[in-house]
Design a protein around this ligand. Structure first.
Ligand code: FAD
Length: 293
């Protein structure tokens, strides 16, 4: 049995929406790089489809540019292009680092940020970095375009709130780091791992003199959806990231997030330990970067 019957390649968002509207939620999916979806179809985790709608030829979704104080990154821009962009490296370090670590070169040549987010895994590396950057998603439907904070997109593991026959992720707005602001992304993988991490983390930080003025922490997979460490952020604000403060922030973070024992990813205890290692490392890297801007 074929894994799909028809393959559409629209050149505009309106044409893609028309194809989606002509199908049922069970019969159609958007496809970008196909590095998640085609494997799911081929390996039977996803039932066969009537139609795939390829978004990679839609010009607006291939744009990567600065728009005032934000970057706009089209949902269909390949990860390799994001990872090698000077705009992203200078304005959103965590996103640059995360996209540069996903898969290997072949995956990054075709996989997209839109696919990473729409797949809605709690530890998508691109997703975790976007959450810490306070990014918003631009979504198209037949009423027009709307902007949604990233955390509001997720319903559960592998489940986004995007409506299959109505919504297309067009791109992401990412605030550009200003003076005294910086970010970092780190993760721990299985030694032979090319897929999702044991724990990943992104930190965005704003410094005021010698203190943390503002901070955002995103961590995965630490719950059914990508998680923000709101309590840990509150502990850190107003202090220097000294070892005692980081220890208190870790206690708060571990109250907010939930690590499961998993045969692929190790025990919950081990992953809680790694969370502490990553918090110190990622926070200190982002903090040090604020002095270089
Ligand atoms: C060998 C290998 C290694 C990998 N390593 C990693 C890793 O280290 N870290 C990591 O996070 N991921 C990893 N992945 C997963 C995958 O590569 C990423 O999630 C990738 O970003 C998915 O993008 P894609 O364009 O290929 O998505 P697709 O497979 O094309 O699509 C994925 C899902 O998103 C939907 N979708 C795609 N585009 C849109 C859009 N514009 N609007 C709405 N819905 C859309 C599709 O319908 C589908 O449900 C790996 C995969 C492989 C095969």
């Amino acid at each position: 049995m074929p894994i799909y019957k028809s393959y559409f390649i629209p050149h505009s968002i309106q044409d893609a929406l028309k194809v989606l509207e002509s199908q049922t939620p069970e019969s159609v999916r958007l496809i970008a790089g196909g590095t998640d979806l085609l494997l799911d179809l081929q390996q039977g985790r996803h039932p066969p489809l009537d139609a795939l709608v390829d978004v990679t030829q839609i010009q607006e979704m291939q744009v990567l540019e600065r728009r005032q104080d934000r970057l706009f990154i089209g949902a269909a821009v390949p990860l390799k292009q994001i990872a090698s962009s000077a705009l992203v490296r200078e304005g959103a370090e965590a996103l640059s680092e995360a996209t540069g670590l996903i898969g290997g070169p072949q995956v990054r040549n075709t996989a997209t940020l839109g696919g990473n987010v729409a797949h809605a895994l709690p530890a998508g590396d691109g997703t975790i970095s976007l959450v810490a950057m306070n990014a918003t998603a631009q979504i198209a439907n037949k009423e027009g375009l709307r902007e949604v904070p990233l955390l509001e997109l997720f319903a559960g593991p592998g489940k986004s709130k995007l409506r299959v026959c109505e919504d297309i992720l067009v791109g992401f707005f990412v605030p550009v780091a200003r003076t005294l602001q910086a970010s970092a992304f780190k993760r721990v993988m299985r030694p032979q791992g090319v897929a999702l991490p044991i724990v990943n983390m992104a930190v965005w930080i704003e410094r005021s003199a010698e203190k943390i003025a503002d901070v955002r922490i995103a961590v995965g997979p630490a719950g059914p959806t990508p998680q923000r460490g709101f309590s840990a952020e509150n502990v850190l604000k107003g202090y220097r990231p000294d070892p005692d403060v980081i220890r208190l922030a870790l206690d708060a973070l571990l109250q907010d997030v939930h690590f499961r024992t998993s045969p692929q990813r190790g025990t919950a205890k081990y992953r809680r330990h790694l969370c502490g290692v990553l918090l110190k490392d990622t926070l200190e890297t982002a903090w040090d970067r604020t002095f270089k801007k």
